[in-house]
Design a protein around this ligand. Structure first.
Ligand SMILES: *[C@@H]1O[C@H](CO)[C@@H](O)[C@H](O)[C@H]1NC(C)=O
Ligand SMILES: *[C@@H]1O[C@H](CO)[C@@H](O)[C@H](O)[C@H]1NC(C)=O
Ligand SMILES: *[C@@H]1O[C@H](CO)[C@@H](O)[C@H](O)[C@H]1NC(C)=O
Length: 161
């Protein structure tokens, strides 16, 4: 999992570096453009998980939730996975093949597999932190590569059956 995270981070870093040279960002509120012929669109999902009863930030002193396994579930399938780093941050990169086959906003959600009690023993040891996604805009990395960015809407603790 850790090496997977690094690989993904590296890819992301290189995309960001490339995009800072070639970027033509579009506004957050705009729909990401459809895939014109010859353009490969990657999906990027980032977020920060907090060690709080609902996994969200609540004031500047909310501690983060490191080492938490986060999955992207679309329908009943886990499509991608990540582990939060020391800053509570996670990142998932979806390649164009994966990305084309899914509908991140209506059919996918982030699920934290690691119980909240692992970051704070006073927090629940059962239940899963779950969030749907919303689009956070995107960038044209080059004439043939674009990245559409998604972030969690906000986590909530749901009971695991
Ligand atoms: C945020 O923190 C405040 C003060 O600790 C608390 O009263 C409030 O219920 C918290 N809100 C959420 C959504 O957890
Ligand atoms: C996170 O995991 C790393 C490696 O497994 C470990 O060294 C570290 O102590 C863990 N940190 C926390 C806060 O659990
Ligand atoms: C965690 O990941 C985020 C986003 O990739 C990065 O900005 C941050 O520096 C990382 N923190 C640590 C402690 O590695």
């Amino acid at each position: 999992m850790a090496s997977c995270y690094c690989k993904i981070s590296l890819l992301f870093v290189s995309l960001v570096v490339a995009s800072s040279i070639l970027a033509a960002p579009w506004a957050e509120s705009q729909q990401p453009p459809g895939d014109p012929v010859g353009v490969s669109t990657y999906g990027l999902i980032t977020g920060v998980l907090y060690c709080s009863p609902n996994g969200n930030v609540n004031g500047s002193s909310t501690p983060v939730f490191p080492n938490a396994s986060v999955q992207l579930q679309c329908g009943v399938m886990a499509i991608a996975a990540s582990v939060t780093n020391r800053s509570g941050a996670f990142l998932m990169m979806l390649d164009p093949m994966q990305f084309q086959l899914m509908d991140p906003i209506s059919n996918c959600r982030l699920i934290t597999i690691t119980p909240l009690s692992s970051c704070n023993a006073n927090l629940p040891s059962n239940g899963l932190l779950v969030s749907t996604l919303h689009s956070y805009g995107g960038i044209m990395v080059s004439d043939s590569v674009s990245v559409t960015h998604f972030i969690p809407v906000g986590f909530s603790l749901v009971s695991s059956s």
